[in-house]
Each structure stands twice: as C-alpha cells, then as structure tokens.
Design a protein around this ligand. Structure first.
Ligand SMILES: Cc1cc2nc3c(=O)[nH]c(=O)nc-3n(C[C@H](O)[C@H](O)[C@H](O)COP(=O)(O)OP(=O)(O)OC[C@H]3O[C@@H](n4cnc5c(N)ncnc54)[C@H](O)[C@@H]3O)c2cc1C
Length: 425
C-alpha cells in the first residue's frame, strides 16, 4: 500500500505501519502519523508512515455534558452517523467530514464558525499523546500545556495522538436554516460579512474569474441550526468521479458551475441538511480527480482583518488576470487566534483556492506569497506542498518556541514529514 494526500501531489513511495501499542519498538525512524490523508500536500507524507485509521473505537459518551471519548482514528463522519440522531453535532467542523479526530487536532482545523467558536482545539477536553520513546503524556488546556500547545496545530510532529475527549454541541434538528446573499464585488462581500457576523456559520464562494469592478463577487452563505425536532442523518454521497479528468475540462466545468449557482440565486432562505451545508463536496467521491493526473494543491492564507480588504483586492486581481483560479475560492472570517504554537487561524479573512498542478504554477505562487507577506499574512500547513521555509516562518511568531520544544523532547530525528523538513520545523 502507498499512501497519498488529497492533492495527489507530491507522490512518494512509502512503507505503511498500522498503529499498535509496541509500534515504536519496531518502527524505522523518522516517520510521520497519517490519518485519512485529507491534508492536501506533504504534511502526512514521508517514507515511513504510521497509519492511525484502524485505531477507531468509541470509548465513552457523557450525555450530560456532551463529552465524547474516542480513539484518534475515528472519522468525523462516523461521529455524525451515531450522534446526530441522538441530538449532538461537532462543535467545530472543517469542510469535509472524512478526516480523523487525530488529524483534526494535529491541524487544529477550523470551520465556518471560527469567528464565534474558534478552532478544533477549543473543543478538546484532553488527549493522550504517545512519544517516540514510548512515553504517554495526557494533555489538556491545563495539564502539560506545552505538549497541548505544540500538538494542536503541530502537524503530527510531537507524537501520536492516541485518543481524545472532545465536546460535542447539542442540536435540536439535523437541518440548517441557510440564507444566501449575492454580492457584486469585494466591497459588498465585506459589507455582507459584517452585516451577518452574528450568524454562527458563514462562508463565501468567490468567483475568481471576475475582473475589474466585479472582483470579489460572491455567494455568501450564512446559517443557524434549525430547531424542528427532526434528527435524521444519512450519508449524502451523490456520485463518484471514476477516473482522472483531462485537466482542460476543469476551468470550463468550474466557471459554469459557479455561474449557474450565481445567476439562479436571489437572496434566499431555505432549510438544508447538515451535509449540504457543511460538506457539499463530500457528495462527490474522489472529486480531486477532476484536477487531472498531475494533482492539485490548495493555496490558503489569512490576512489580518484591517489589511484584508486591500490585500484580497490585490490577490484576486492577480489571480483573475492569469485565469488560473478554480471556482473553489472559499472566503471565511476568523475570530481571534489561540495560543498554540503553530495553529493557523488569526483574526482576519482567510481565502482558500484550489489550483491544478501545472508548469509555472509554483512561480505564480511565489508572486502571490510576496503579496500575502506584504499584508502581514500567513499560510496553512494542512493545505501546503511547496511553501519555502523563509516565507513560512515569517507568518508564525511562535515558531522558535515550537522548534525548541521539538529539540528539548528529542523529536527532531524521530518524527518528520516532507513538509517539516522543507519548512524547518
Ligand atoms: C475537501 C476538503 C475540505 C477541507 N476543509 C477544511 C476546512 O474547512 N478547515 C480546515 O481547517 N481544514 C480543512 N481541510 C483540511 C483537513 O481538515 C486537514 O488536513 C486534516 O488535518 C485532515 O485530517 P486527516 O485525518 O485526513 O489527516 P492527514 O491528512 O492524514 O494528516 C494531517 C496531519 O495530521 C497529522 N496526524 C494525523 N493523525 C494524527 C495522529 N493520530 N496523531 C498525531 N498527528 C496526526 C499528520 O501527521 C499530518 O501532519 C479540508 C480538506 C479537504 C480535502
């Protein structure tokens, strides 16, 4: 078996070890934990991989306070199947449910409610971490805080998360009341985010092909949990992409899709399922194949709030002028960041764009990097496959604390990914 990431780039030949209790006695080092491979780039890749996916038992649930105890290989989709019908939902969830709980902690993932609820580590009560020397450390916001702050967002570089207690939120419905707002440019998009900022969930799809006065035109979707008492949940996979598409189909496909949605939508209010609201792309299995056999990457950054408008105007203008952007440009509002050493979110706007891997694309990213840095931004490791060390470290003021932590616990030679070697963490 060879494990890849979601972007199918880079591809590296690897030996896969299933996690077992005595694994570190036999494991060739260095190695890196790997959940469900939904990170886009090389954060879960190396020649030796510790696969956690079979480590997926539910251990207990406290229905008084919503605390779920489970092993780290449990998928968010598995939690939803069991707990939505019982009236519980994830407190923070990313745009796919096919990730492990361990991967959610290691990337300290964010969802459409970051401005209200923060990132995944906010919902973590505690976890047990196995170090390469076999020692097990129990970490929480109060105990072994340095391990907690290094591991949440630490991209698997501090040990293997074995199991965790996370807090679910109670819900009274398996539907979301969604309002969709259409804007004509970035100014209107920012005004709409501001106007609807008290909604728990918000996300905008930006049309990257729009130019001139229409730069930043979007569909903003905001939502709240409904309270109709209906709690049913079923997996909504609609179809599967059977093979890699020829890459020329991509832009035609994506632009048509966005325009179809944009022009058929007025301000609308409707009740939709949790899956349609949170995980629309999960309905299409293997959608990454639309990007062709060379794979894809995602370029995701966050800009400080006060500089976001100007910075995004410039970046979107540059992307539109090249015609390379896909329809999948997703804009979200982040609330305040946390204290973890490498967690990505900081207060401001984050834009995530998918690009197919093609000649010169990395040169283009180098140019975009300069704009992101000029406006004080930073990049998300979970999406990255190419960021140069010098660019990466400028965005993370606590990087030296993380490096010192790894050194102090002799983790540098034992846990490594292709990414950690490249960015020097
Ligand atoms: C369609 C799509 C939408 C997405 N939307 C969002 C989003 O909205 N917000 C967001 O934040 N992210 C998003 N992501 C990224 C995704 O949530 C993260 O990359 C997540 O970490 C993937 O989890 P995984 O289980 O697949 O882990 P992997 O991709 O296998 O690994 C990711 C990282 O976690 C580490 N890791 C995994 N398991 C463990 C463990 N048990 N112990 C220690 N380290 C471990 C790995 O070493 C690696 O560094 C999206 C990805 C996709 C494909």
């Amino acid at each position: 078996m060879n494990l890849n990431s979601w972007g199918n780039y880079p591809i590296i030949k690897n030996t896969v070890f299933d996690y077992t209790d005595d694994l570190f006695n036999i494991l060739p080092l260095p190695s890196i934990p790997h959940g469900n491979g939904r990170s886009y780039g090389d954060s879960a890749l190396n020649t030796n991989i510790i696969h956690t996916i079979k480590h997926n038992c539910f251990l207990s649930f406290n229905k008084e306070n919503g605390v779920l105890h489970c092993e780290s290989g449990v998928l968010l989709s598995e939690i939803l199947e069991i707990f939505v019908p019982k009236g519980w939902f994830l407190s923070v969830t990313p745009g796919t449910k096919f990730i492990t709980v361990g991967g959610a902690i290691a990337s300290d993932v964010h969802g459409k409610n970051h401005h209200i609820a923060g990132s995944f580590s906010n919902t973590v009560v505690s976890f047990r971490l196995c170090l390469p020397n076999g020692k097990i450390v129990t970490c929480s916001h109060k105990n072994n805080q340095d391990f907690f702050k290094a591991t949440c967002g630490g991209m698997g570089l501090t040990g293997i998360i074995l199991d965790t207690k996370i807090k679910l939120q109670p819900i009274k419905s398996s539907s979301i009341n969604q309002i969709t707002i259409k804007t004509r440019n970035l100014k209107e998009t920012f005004e709409a985010f501001e106007k609807y900022k008290n909604y728990t969930y918000s996300v905008a799809w930006i049309d990257c092909m729009s130019k001139g006065e229409n730069i930043g035109k979007c569909l903003l979707m905001v939502g709240e949990h409904a309270d109709d008492g209906h709690l049913t949940y079923k997996n909504e996979t609609k179809f599967s992409i059977p093979f890699n598409f020829p890459s020329w189909t991509l832009n035609q496909f994506s632009v048509k899709l966005f325009n179809m949605l944009y022009y058929s939508t007025d301000i609308t209010q409707k009740k939709i399922s949790l899956d349609s609201f949170f995980y629309p792309l999960d309905a299409i299995r293997h959608w990454n194949r639309i990007y062709g056999k060379n794979g894809l990457t995602q370029y995701q950054f966050v800009l400080p709030k006060e500089k976001s408008y100007e910075g995004l105007q410039k970046i979107l203008g540059k992307i539109a002028s090249t015609g390379k952007g896909s329809f999948l440009a997703v804009l979200k509002l982040f609330g305040k960041g946390n204290n973890n050493y490498l967690s990505f979110p900081t207060e401001g706007y984050t834009l995530a764009l998918d690009f197919k891997i093609e000649p010169n694309i990395f040169n283009f990213f180098d140019e975009l990097d300069q704009i992101v840095l000029e406006y004080g931004g930073r990049f998300y490791l979970a999406k990255d496959c190419r960021i140069p060390r010098k660019i990466f470290e400028q965005g993370y003021p606590q990087i030296e604390t993380f490096r010192a932590f790894r050194k102090a616990h002799q983790l540098n030679d034992t846990l490594q990914s292709l990414q950690s070697k490249r960015v020097g963490i």
